[in-house]
Design a protein around this ligand. Structure first.
Ligand SMILES: [Mg+2]
Length: 123
């Protein structure tokens, strides 16, 4: 039996396929909370203090992921946030870093990239 790490990971993406892939990679070892919109993600973060890390999509229909990152860091300074994006952009990556992002992963991602980010940030 696998012992799950008690820290929770929040997955935020408007695409079901991405949510499912991240879930497949992480569900055996971590407790997950999955949100399909920024609003839902911010609500979860407000109410669940055990969330230690978030994988956050940049392109979502409601609010730009960078704004969500900003709001997340305002709510919980200690939460680690890894941006997930479909488009590799130096500008976006540096803006994310400036806003306090702890990582930046480009889709399609590799399983190892995700696991590496998790162990680095919340091991
Ligand atoms: Mg998206």
């Amino acid at each position: 039996m696998n012992q799950k790490v008690s820290k929770k990971i929040l997955i935020v993406d408007d695409e079901e396929g991405i949510r499912e892939s991240l879930k497949l990679v992480l569900a055996d070892h971590y407790n997950l909370i999955i949100a399909d919109s920024p609003e839902q993600a911010l609500e979860c973060l407000k109410h669940d203090k055990t969330i230690a890390l978030a994988f956050l999509d940049i392109k979502m229909p409601q609010i730009n992921g960078l704004d969500v990152l900003k709001q997340m860091k305002e709510l919980r300074k200690d939460v680690k946030v890894v941006m997930v994006t479909g488009y590799k952009s130096v500008e976006t990556a540096s803006e994310a870093a400036r806003l306090g992002a702890d990582g930046y992963i480009v889709k399609p991602f590799k399983v190892e990239e995700i696991l590496k980010a998790v162990t680095k940030l919340i091991a």
